[in-house]
Design a protein around this ligand. Structure first.
Ligand SMILES: [Zn+2]
Length: 262
């Protein structure tokens, strides 16, 4: 979080934070400084939002824990948290959206709030803010999940790669392989959830566990490649399924082939 040096008029600390109210500035491009200057020019003490996430992923503390000016008659016990963009006319970028989820969740935890304490500006005022394209239902579901649980992330710069993250655990692979595993080993509700972009990370790990156990990777790890190639060439192994486990009976055959000079 960045706390920029700004000139403020008079500010009043919030007694107790009881709610978070979500906003967009209704502008596709709008920096925290533009907001601060515009709000000052209209006679306010400065930027009305308590926190602001820009599209470049910089997260700013503006009014912080002082009473904001973001939702008429609703400011004294709430934090106004705003994400750059105009979600009446554009969709929010996936990685920006997930960053916003994370920042709001941190604020919730800091102030002992639950997802029920998080509102849209339009829930408390006569406005469309944060915009009809803001994925509110998904946002509420994600902020309500335990901190370590995240949805599947489609990294925007590498759309062919799928990441599944939970706490320190991360699994990444080609989108094609994930979809192959899902189609062969996922059940119909998991497949449906994936189509609707609603597959949770625990479901995704379940699908992966079934699929990766049933179909280990066909790539030979570098450390074993020389031996694998040689023993395959000699016929000790048949060259298939390099990462499958081996049984005692198979091991006996392999040992016998080596003893027989293969
Ligand atoms: Zn608003």
């Amino acid at each position: 979080m960045i706390k920029p040096t700004l000139r403020w008029g008079s500010l009043t600390p919030i007694g107790q934070v009881r709610r978070i109210i979500i906003h967009h500035p209704a502008a596709v491009r709008y920096s925290y400084l533009q907001i601060h200057n515009q709000h000052r020019n209209q006679g306010w003490s400065g930027a009305g939002y308590n926190y602001y996430l820009q599209k470049n992923h910089e997260f700013y503390e503006l009014r912080g824990l002082n009473v904001g000016a973001h939702a008429a008659n609703e400011n004294s016990d709430s934090l106004g948290v705003c994400v750059e963009g105009n979600y009446d006319v554009e969709n929010i970028n996936e990685s920006l959206f997930l960053r916003f989820v994370d920042e709001v969740r941190k604020l919730m935890r800091k102030h002992g709030l639950t997802a029920n304490d998080v509102y849209r500006h339009s829930d408390v005022g006569n406005t469309s803010c944060p915009g009809g394209y803001f994925p509110w239902a998904r946002f509420k579901r994600l902020i309500g999940q335990a901190e370590e649980v995240k949805s599947i992330v489609h990294e925007p710069k590498q759309e062919e790669v799928i990441y599944v993250k939970a706490g320190d655990f991360q699994w990444a692979s080609g989108k094609e392989r994930f979809e192959h595993i899902l189609n062969r080993h996922g059940n119909s509700s998991e497949q449906e959830a994936y189509k609707n972009d609603e597959l949770t990370v625990s479901d995704a790990f379940g699908v992966l566990a079934k699929g990766v156990l049933a179909e280990p990777s066909q790539t030979v790890p570098e450390a074993h490649k020389e031996a694998w190639d040689e023993y395959t060439e000699r016929g000790v192994y048949n060259g298939k399924n390099p990462n499958h486990p081996i049984t005692r009976a198979q091991h006996a055959t392999v040992t016998k082939r080596i003893e027989d000079g293969m």
